[in-house]
Design a protein around this ligand. Structure first.
Ligand code: GUN
Ligand code: FE
Length: 424
């Protein structure tokens, strides 16, 4: 894969701010050595010498970020969604994840996952693997070869899960250190992220050791937070001294105090939890489809957005059945409407523009300058051919984007770039 300097010509659409789109019909998007030099209605003279990739009539949007997805669960997506979280984990998740002790199974299953992720509009993902070091490294190798950018976590858990998945505390940490030694600095675009699964499967001893690792290495952290009512109650009984669920991570330095941190779901977070997340810059991975499928609830995404929390979208496969962040945008809008209508009239529904912000700039920020067509941002772009969606009358560029969010699929993705390299 070669990173080049070039100009993409087409109908450009990114976010100006969380509420507003910026559209440039027949615009020019400039890539200089993998970095965006800007989006222009007229090509500036200084870039006239660069090769021009003509995508006239196509929609060109920033690459999408999936802030929370479980690669090993891709196999059983769309199955077994009649249970709530804690039962769902026991019945569906743990038996499937136990298979990843076998590297041959992992190679096949992760191969299919990475192939589909590559074909999607997602350019970046923050991924849970399983407790197995070898399979996790295999997944990282596959992602590296795909050209996608990702954080990948070897999961840690040392209690309340089946034999075969449950690690003892010392070996969980030893394996994690080994894994970090092998993967930190190994790839250009794939990085390890510390991954205590969630409080119910992690002892204080494990959390304390992971917190020390986070402090020593600056490696980021991902986990689950306040997803399901039963889970929140369980955490309260397991950690009577914690002020709230997130505090059970924070007291071990696993809540953004040593580096970036992303917490999935936050459906039932209290105001105190939110304040702490704001203080620490913790990212919310909003996973609307999963929250419906396993009946966790409708997260108050509007409140998080208005209060200025860091937030992006996650598919949470296999809580979510779809790997599409465009679909997650539509789901985010729909869930916000149900929350507004049924639960909380103070929180207005999200607009399509706001959901688009979350799937591009909002989640992209976890990776740095990602998710917008501004100078200095990584050049991640998706070229969508929306002619399949044509109707009896023309649409504005804003309308075409909104229709693409709801109606397009992988068939319509013509090209994809990550840091200036063309994946296809
Ligand atoms: N909480 C702990 N593990 C999981 C998981 O695999 N999926 C979801 N949705 N929530 C979790
Ligand atoms: Fe999850």
């Amino acid at each position: 894969m070669k990173t080049m300097s070039f100009v993409l010509h087409g109908d450009l659409c990114d976010s100006r701010d969380p509420q507003h789109l910026r559209t440039i019909r027949d615009g020019f998007l400039v890539c200089e050595e993998g970095v965006c030099a800007g989006a222009f209605p007229v090509l500036p003279e200084q870039y006239a010498h660069l090769p021009l990739l003509n995508c006239a009539g196509r929609l060109i949007i920033p690459g999408l970020t999936d802030l929370h997805v479980h690669a090993p669960q891709y196999t059983y997506r769309a199955l077994g969604m009649d249970l709530e979280l804690l039962e769902w984990l026991k019945v569906n998740t743990f038996p499937e994840e136990a298979r990843y002790a076998d590297p041959d199974y992992a190679r096949r299953a992760y191969g299919l996952f990475v192939e589909d992720l590559k074909r999607s509009a997602t350019t970046r993902a923050v991924i849970f693997a399983t407790v197995h070091r070898e399979s996790t490294e295999l997944l990282m190798d596959l992602l590296d070869r795909s050209g996608l950018a990702a954080f990948v976590g070897k999961v840690n858990m040392d209690r309340d899960c089946p034999d075969g998945l449950r690690e003892d505390t010392a070996s969980s940490i030893a394996e994690t250190k080994w894994w970090l030694a092998e993967t930190v600095g190994k790839y250009d675009r794939v990085f390890p992220i510390l991954t205590p699964r969630f409080i119910p499967t992690c002892t204080d001893g494990l959390l304390a050791a992971l917190g020390e690792l986070a402090a020593e290495t600056g490696v980021p952290v991902q986990s689950h937070l306040s997803e399901n009512q039963g889970e929140v109650e369980l955490v309260r009984s397991l950690c009577p001294d914690a002020a709230f669920y997130g505090d059970a991570y924070d007291r071990f330095g696993l809540f953004g105090s040593h580096g970036s941190c992303v917490m999935a779901h936050c459906v039932h977070s209290t105001q105190a939890e939110l304040e702490r997340m704001k203080e620490r810059g913790v990212f919310v991975a909003h996973c609307p489809q999963s929250n419906v499928n396993i009946a966790s609830g409708a997260a108050p995404a509007r409140r998080y957005l208005d209060e200025g929390l860091n937030m992006g979208l996650g598919t949470d496969v296999a809580g979510g059945f779809s790997l599409s962040i465009l679909r997650a945008m539509a789901d985010a809008v729909q869930c916000s409407k149900l929350r507004w209508r049924l639960q909380d009239q103070a929180l207005k529904p999200l607009t399509a523009a706001e959901a688009f912000w979350l799937g591009t700039a909002g989640g992209g920020a976890f990776f740095g300058k990602v998710g917008r067509f501004l100078p200095g941002y990584d050049f991640d772009a998706v070229v969508l051919d929306d002619r399949r969606l044509a109707a009896a009358r023309p649409f504005t560029l804003e309308e075409r984007l909104e229709r693409a969010i709801y109606l397009s699929d992988e068939r319509d993705i013509e090209k994809k770039f990550v840091m200036g390299t063309e994946l296809f």
